[in-house]
Design a protein around this ligand. Structure first.
Ligand SMILES: [Zn+2]
Length: 348
């Protein structure tokens, strides 16, 4: 069942959607709206999977049929997804799909100049007009539909008014008031609410085996946004790894340590790791200038041992050079290894 299983809380929306399916009264267009991080992407996926399932049970997808399994791996030929993107799509498409497959709660939020352009809506309409491959029907999903350009929204109206037979359109939005009223009025609304602190905390404990207090602290800071909670947690993790990286460079003796350490952190985003290293070095420098109130991190989160100001400046130079290397697309592991060796040599 996958998507239904990951979707936390939102009992009312789940009940509403399940009753539509179990009664066979599924509208041809749904608008799932609610605050960022409340689970809109997930619910949209969950109900699309139910719609296409070959033997749904009480409004839930079976999770076993051919349709369910190809849906779960994002390979279903009758599902078409649109999301806000810059005008050139090629690389974006891959990274969006990968992010969605990994964790729909953690999909990056659209911002700035992104949009859903009319040619993509037309392409979707064309795909929906063809016969389904699997026979159950076709689904079009528009994530963050408020990003549709006005002409794109107008084009979509046609499909909302006269949908091809056996088609389901699912729109999601965290700002439904920005949708064209004519678009909105043609969709049945499924509202989601911000996730309660308890629900987020429970999910964090379940997924990451966090202690109760830690999970509650992150859940509170996330303000009911599961995506933000995951981001906070990830940042905390990178910060800790950055500290370990620094510590091993400043204490260890052999290049083998460097190799093992960079292998270990190689999967993390190297730029973010170096940013934290930079923050730790800068904090220490401020401290040595008698400006501890300007620190970003607490002392126990910062540089794990004392280093003279002269050496700190040399370390900062090295990390700056490493940034340059990353920006020139040098492999991240190689750059980290280089930084590690330079820090170790400078420390001597
Ligand atoms: Zn199924």
């Amino acid at each position: 069942m996958k998507f239904w299983d990951i979707l936390i809380d939102q009992a009312e929306a789940k009940k509403l959607v399940r009753s539509m399916f179990s009664s066979g009264m599924v509208p041809h267009a749904l608008l799932v709206h609610g605050p960022v991080g409340s689970g809109k992407h997930l619910l949209a996926l969950a109900l699309a999977q139910t719609f296409l399932c070959e033997s749904p049970e009480e409004g839930l997808p079976c999770g076993r049929c051919r349709s369910c399994s190809s849906f779960a791996s994002f390979e279903h030929p009758d599902v078409h997804i649109l999301w806000p993107a810059p005008s050139s799509l090629s690389t974006e498409e891959l990274s969006f799909r990968r992010a969605l497959a990994e964790d729909p709660y953690a999909v990056p939020r659209p911002s700035g100049s992104l949009g859903i352009a009319i040619d993509r809506v037309r392409d979707l309409q064309h795909r929906l007009s063809l016969k389904p491959y699997r026979g159950r029907g076709k689904v079009g999903i528009l994530f963050d539909a408020e990003y549709m350009r006005p002409e794109a929204a107008n084009a979509l109206l046609k499909t909302l008014e006269e949908p091809p037979r056996g088609t389901l359109l699912v729109l999601t939005s965290s700002a439904p008031e920005r949708l064209l009223p004519t678009v909105r009025s043609r969709c049945q609304e499924v509202p989601l609410h911000p996730l309660p602190v308890d629900a987020v905390a429970e999910e964090l404990m379940r997924r990451f085996n966090l202690p109760h207090e830690g999970a509650v602290a992150v859940a509170r800071a996330s303000e009911g946004d599961m995506g933000k909670a995951l981001k906070l947690l990830r940042e905390g993790d990178i910060k800790r790894r950055a500290r370990e990286f620094l510590e091993s460079a400043l204490k260890a003796q052999s290049p083998l340590d460097a190799f093992l350490r960079t292998e270990e952190v190689g999967a993390l985003p190297a730029g973010e790791l170096l940013e934290w290293v930079l923050v730790m070095l800068r904090d220490e420098l401020l401290e040595s200038f008698g400006l501890p109130e300007r620190r970003v991190l607490r002392r126990d989160e910062g540089l794990p041992l004392k280093v003279s100001p002269g050496k700190l400046e040399a370390f900062l130079d090295e990390v700056g050079r490493a940034y340059d290397m990353l920006s020139k697309n040098m492999p991240a592991k190689l750059v980290l290894w280089h930084v590690w060796l330079q820090l170790r040599n400078l420390r001597r």
